[in-house]
Each structure stands twice: as C-alpha cells, then as structure tokens.
Ligand binder design. Structure first.
Ligand code: C6P
Length: 420
C-alpha cells in the first residue's frame, strides 16, 4: 500500500469511481452540517457505520438478545452461535491459524494492556528491555511504561527521521539479548507512516524478543496476514473498521497465550472455582472474563464481511489515490506544512498552517461541515519530535472522494483568509 506509486494510481482510478456508489451504504453521510454536506475526514479517530452493521445490531437486539455460553434456552444458544461465528470471521480476516487465537477485547488499547500485564508477569525481570518506536500512540507507550516500572525493566525507543520514518539501524541496534518484547505500530495515526513490520518482526525474532503489532490503523486500510507478518500478537479496534465502538481483537500465538496468566478474573474465564483454588478455562475464554460485548461482536462480524466483500486491496488502492491527490492539493498551499512525509504512507494528512493554531483550523472547518481532528492525536512524543503542540489531521476512509479533498483545500484557504 505505498501511497503514490504511478502504478497504484493508474489501477485505482476506475476503482475510485466504484467507491462513490458505496457512500449510500452509510446513512450518516447524507447529513447536512452547519448548512454544508458533511465531509467526514476523521476516520483515524473512528469510522462511520454502514447500514449492514447498524442492521446487524438492530437484528441482534430485536431477535436474539441473550447472554452467551450460559443458557440452555434457544435465545442463548442463538446468541452464542452468532458470537462464536464472528471468531471464525476474524480468524479468516487476519489469517490466524486457529479460532482459539482470537480474543475479543474492547479495542486495541485493551489488547495491548492485556498483553503487557499478562506477559510482563512471566517474561519481564529487572534489567530486561522493551523496545517501542518514536511514533507510537499513547496506547502503545503507557502500558509498557507501567509494566516496565512494575518489573524493573527498561523502555527503549527507536527514533525516526524528519519524514517520520523509522531509523532502521537505530531500531536494530536497540535489539539485544535483554530485549524481551518489542511493540510497534504498523501505521502511525499521527503521521501515516507505514512501518516495515515483517522486517521488524524478523529482526526481533533473531534476539528472541516477542513482538506485538498495533494494527489499529492498518487493519482498516490494508490486508493483514498475521502468519506472513510472523508477529506474536496483533491488535485492532472494531470502530476504526466500520464496526461499533467497544469491540476489538487481540490475536496471540497459541503457545504464548497458553503460557500467559489471565488478565482479569470473573465469569466465563474459569472451568471451576472453589474458595481454595480456581482452574481457568481453555483458550480463548481464559482471557474473556465477564459478559462480553455480544452485539458489538456481531456488528464487527458484519463490518468485516462488508470490507472483505469490497476487498482490502481495492480499499488500499482507492485511499492511496486519494492520499496522492490530497498531498498534491495541500502542497500547493503557501504556509502549509505536511507533518509526516514517509515514502511508504497511508491515508493520513497531518498538517500545520503558519501563524494559525490547529484548533482554530478545526473550528473553521467545522463551520463548513468538515470534520477533521486537531490536537496531539494521543501521540504527544510525535509532536515533541517535531517541536509542535498539535497538528490538524484529515484521515481517509473508503467513502471519501476527491471532491471532499477539494472542500478541505478550500476550507484551508478560508482559514488563511480569516487569520491573515
Ligand atoms: N487512535 C486517533 O484519532 P482504541 O482507542 O483502543 O480504539 O485505539 C487506540 C489506538 C492505538 N493505536 C493507534 C495507532 C491508534 O491510532 C489508536 C487510536 C485514534 O488517532 C484515537 S486517539
């Protein structure tokens, strides 16, 4: 999914026309906002939901609602069947070996915290090291800081260059026999950088380190194959891939999940309990304590089926074409600097405007019905690296169009008019 190779763009042109038709699948896109047609460019924060996902939730609550894994009654069996069917949908979506390697969690954040806390207990001792990169979201920084502090381990950070690309030699030189875990994002939410994850996993394996890939920004925009990637763990959030909020996925290699202690205790994660002792349930239930987000899981299944039917490669090509178009439009604007210019880049346009605070950009865009995100994007160390407090960020989804990019560019001109 390199952003702007000529071949990609040539392939994508006819593809993008087909994508226009998909806009009608998303009811919210016909909203009029502040007198303008809604232009939704905040997809890295969360995506809008297609009718099939909304219907899946309504159908579930209208026809099936019951608790799972517990009742002999028909509704409970139906709910269980639908919930467990999604585990297979997810397995196939990321090409995991077994359904027992798929754990339902609240989102990428919970998946990373689960791994940090559970794996930390059995792998980290004083003097050990955990390696992350300079472009991580707080969700892939703070859980490691916490677990390092608990076990006397040290957090190391691989730096990046001005384009927002990982400095490969520096990353490699941080890996050694003390490195027990390395965790990195596949795509940066603040910069759009696509990391060479297969190569990063391979380098980590050479020193025996366990790898976690944060797929929050990659699963919605590129096809994922965890076996090909070779990682031990992969996490993503449903809400960024057109599914409901509150549901996400942790993939873990079975042998490691077997070894790891449960993250939380409660119902469903046990096989029997006495006051003296508890035996834990088998995978994946050992990591799913309490009543899960059943409706959200079913919604996730509908969303994954939806994007699979379109084709992740086609989505990547479409977004790649939009990114190339958006980059050229924004580059033409005097006083605008794009933050994040990696050669391998996904559909994120982070920028700053000379003399204008990003929050003011966001406000004027909003007046024109354009939704972008402004701030540090939960990646404050990235902002520090560029010595800026914040950026304005337009992030692309499958329903975006060139006309919407034009509206963004026009909005930016308006911002300059107001502020200069
Ligand atoms: N980034 C953004 O606007 P959750 O909140 O658990 O669904 O996802 C956390 C997360 C983890 N990693 C990356 C790379 C992310 O981009 C995110 C979420 C959103 O950029 C919300 S801060």
């Amino acid at each position: 999914m390199s952003a702007s190779t000529p071949a990609n763009i040539a392939n994508a042109s006819s593809v993008s026309r087909d994508f226009l038709n998909l806009r009608k699948d998303f009811p919210i896109l016909s909203t009029v906002m502040n007198g303008y047609p809604l232009v939704y460019l905040d997809n890295a924060a969360t995506t809008q939901k297609p009718r099939v996902v909304i219907d899946a939730l309504t159908n579930y609550y209208t026809t099936t609602n019951a608790n799972i894994h517990r009742g002999v009654h028909q509704l409970s069996q139906n709910a269980t069947e639908q919930y467990e069917a999604v585990r297979e949908t997810v397995r196939a979506f990321i090409n995991a070996r077994q359904v027992s390697e798929i754990i339902f969690v609240r989102g990428a954040t919970e998946g990373i915290n689960l791994v940090a806390q559970s794996l930390g207990r059995i792998r980290l001792t004083p003097g050990d090291e955990v390696v992350i990169t300079a472009m991580e979201h707080h969700s892939n920084i703070v859980p490691w800081q916490m677990v390092c502090a608990q076990h006397g381990a040290r957090l190391r950070v691989a730096p990046m260059n001005d384009a927002g690309e990982l400095l490969w030699d520096e990353y490699e030189s941080l890996l050694n026999e003390k490195t027990k875990i390395t965790a990195f994002t596949q795509i940066s939410n603040a910069l759009g950088t696509i990391n060479p994850v297969e190569r990063m996993v391979e380098a980590a394996r050479k020193v025996g380190a366990i790898t976690l890939v944060d797929g929050a920004q990659s699963a919605p925009h590129t096809s994922v194959d965890v076996q090909k990637m070779g990682c031990d763990f992969f996490v993503f959030s449903g809400h960024k891939i057109y599914a409901p909020t509150g549901i996400g996925v942790l993939y873990g290699r079975r042998e490691l999940l077997e070894e790891m202690p449960p993250y939380q205790g409660g119902g469903d994660m046990i096989s029997y309990v006495t006051f003296e002792k508890t035996a834990y349930n088998e995978l994946p239930y050992k990591f799913e304590a309490g009543t899960p987000n059943i409706a959200g899981t079913i919604g996730l299944g509908a969303a994954l089926n939806y994007v699979t039917a379109i084709g992740l490669d086609r989505i990547a090509a479409h977004e790649s074409e939009l990114l190339a178009y958006g980059t050229s439009r924004l580059q033409d604007i005097d006083g605008l600097t794009i933050i994040g210019t990696a050669a391998q880049k996904a559909g994120v346009l982070s920028f700053i405007l000379k003399g204008v605070h990003p929050h003011d950009i966001g406000t004027i865009m909003d007046e024109r019905g354009i939704a972008i995100r402004t701030g540090h994007h939960c990646a404050q160390p990235v902002m520090d690296r560029y010595e800026i407090p914040a950026t304005a960020r337009a992030s692309l989804g499958l329903y975006n169009t060139k006309e919407e990019i034009d509206a963004l560019a026009e909005g930016i001109r308006k911002v300059f008019e107001v502020f200069t």
